[in-house]
Design a protein around this ligand. Structure first.
Ligand code: PLI
Length: 477
């Protein structure tokens, strides 16, 4: 894999661009500090992957060249964020940085009461405990691993009410994350509104390929929930990226700022949980925010038990300061455009080479369609896990399985969930890699695609009880 090859690709694209009079955008930042990368040999990667049980979560990051495992906590912070951390207030109670965080959430997300948590799943834990009674249903626009797990631990049953298009990798739809209101109405009619804990809405939808929800959909959902007296809570983890798609694709929003769209969208919901490790450009942190004072009272009491005092929630003062500054940076239009633009650049290259990916390209990642990649590998042999392993072997690029291993087992029957989407995710950290890195990634995917016929699947040889994809081990068949 030569640097020249990567350069050639981007030059070729630029030539194509010049032919059609393209004007390029560039990142709205320059690089002040760099972290050297290391690439080990193919033989060393074979050993590392074997030791990791063919699970990319179990690799040492020192053995990884380009790390696209996740966009969570892996972004580069700005000089302003680092400066804010240096002057932070590490008081146990009432740190000034908590008030900065609270103010940023008020201003940009609009919710009234804010509780910090150590990361997104800390917030998911609290809201699930408080808002779900055992035996209730939690409808949502496709499951997310940790979200559904906390809903199940609280005695709830997740019900997928996303539109059908979301389950088909090849279908093009501008808002593949939308809730199918008929599916939701049917669930309410069957079970009764009292058995619905709340609607769990995520923008964008991670497991569908980073697909957005439209403003029209959340408005209609609000009206539906009001008719039945049901609460609507938002997983706001990548809601800034969702706002970009509304600006780009929904009538009436082209001239509105990302910040204004975000604020309006959140205004249709009763509260939100957040993994600040994504949109908000920090390495750790999260929050839970709500408008109902009674529920806030309960959550504020519970956070002390599981996370920490309600003015730090498991975070250091410096972490809260970095989030507060990161929120303001994350909603800048030029930032979001370049962030999603980079993801699209990678997706466009793979599309040009006719490599099967989820269409259209979403917000935070390019998702390879492992079913189409390896039609000869049945889903019980983990095609997406296999593809992640092959990519690592080819070039040291780390990706993540988002298929049958991630879907886990049905809580009632113990059988595997077999999701229609069997995907390998190339998640792009924010402000970390360059266009040349994207070229290298695309070329490695192409090499693995060209060698696909000889590839064999995997067998799971160790399966942890909870969220198995993180720690499971596999062997080659
Ligand atoms: O990783 P946490 O605990 O900060 O956040 C959990 C979480 C909640 N919602 C959504 C949509 C997520 O994507 C999410 C975490 N996602 C990870 C770690 C990812 O790699 O996508």
């Amino acid at each position: 894999m030569s640097g020249n090859g990567a350069f050639m690709t981007s030059r070729t694209l630029q030539t194509i661009g010049q032919q059609v009079g393209r004007r390029s955008w560039a990142e709205p930042w320059k690089i002040k500090m760099v972290e050297p990368l290391r690439m080990i040999s193919r033989e060393e990667r074979e050993v590392a992957l074997n030791e990791a049980g063919y699970n990319t979560f179990l690799l040492r990051s020192d053995d990884v060249y380009i790390d696209l495992l996740t966009d969570s906590g892996t972004s580069a912070m700005s000089d302003r964020q680092w400066a804010g951390m240096m002057v932070a207030d590490e008081a146990y109670a009432g740190s000034r940085n908590f008030y900065h965080l609270e103010e940023a959430v008020h201003r940009y997300y609009g919710y009234q009461f804010v509780i910090p948590t150590h990361q997104g799943r800390g917030a998911e834990h609290l809201i699930s405990r408080v808002a779900i009674e055992p035996g209730q249903f939690v409808p949502g626009n496709m499951y997310f691993t940790t979200t559904r797990h906390h809903q199940e631990l609280a005695g709830g049953t997740f019900v997928d009410v996303i539109i059908d298009e979301a389950h088909d990798a090849a279908v093009i739809h501008p808002f593949k994350g939308n809730v199918d209101l008929d599916k939701l109405e049917a669930l309410i009619a069957r079970e009764g509104a009292a058995r619905i804990a709340y609607v769990s809405l995520a923008g964008t939808v991670n497991m569908a390929g980073g697909q957005p929800v439209s403003m029209a959909n959340v408005k209609a959902l609000r009206a539906l929930c009001d008719r039945h007296g049901i609460k609507l809570y938002l997983d706001a983890t990548r809601m800034v990226e969702n706002a970009f798609f509304i600006q780009e694709r929904e009538e009436g929003y082209a001239d509105r700022s990302i910040a204004a769209i975000l604020f309006e969208f959140c205004g249709y919901t009763d509260g939100a949980w957040m993994s600040a490790k994504k949109d908000s450009l920090v390495n750790i942190g999260g929050w839970l925010a709500i408008n109902d004072p009674v529920m806030f009272e309960e959550l504020r009491n519970l956070v002390v038990v599981f996370e920490g005092l309600h003015t730090y929630g498991g975070l250091a003062g410096r972490d809260m300061e970095a989030i507060a500054i990161g929120i303001a940076e994350s909603v800048q239009d030029d930032h979001v455009r370049s962030r999603i633009g980079q993801v699209r650049y990678l997706g466009d290259l793979l599309n040009i080479w006719r490599i099967p990916i989820v269409q259209p390209v979403g917000g935070h990642a390019v998702f390879l369609d492992a079913r189409e990649f390896y039609p000869h590998v049945p889903q019980v042999e983990f095609p997406a896990q296999t593809l992640a392993a092959e990519l690592y072997l080819d070039s040291g690029i780390r990706s993540m399985e988002r298929g049958v291993a991630s879907a886990g087992r049905d809580a009632a029957t113990g059988n595997h969930h077999f999701p229609r989407l069997e995907l390998t995710r190339l998640a792009i950290p924010r402000r970390v890699y360059t266009q040349a890195h994207m070229d290298v990634v695309a070329e490695s995917v192409r090499a693995v695609y060209q060698a696909r016929a000889e590839t064999r699947g995997l067998r799971m040889v160790y399966e942890p009880k909870y969220l198995r994809f993180f720690q499971a081990k596999f062997e080659r068949l």
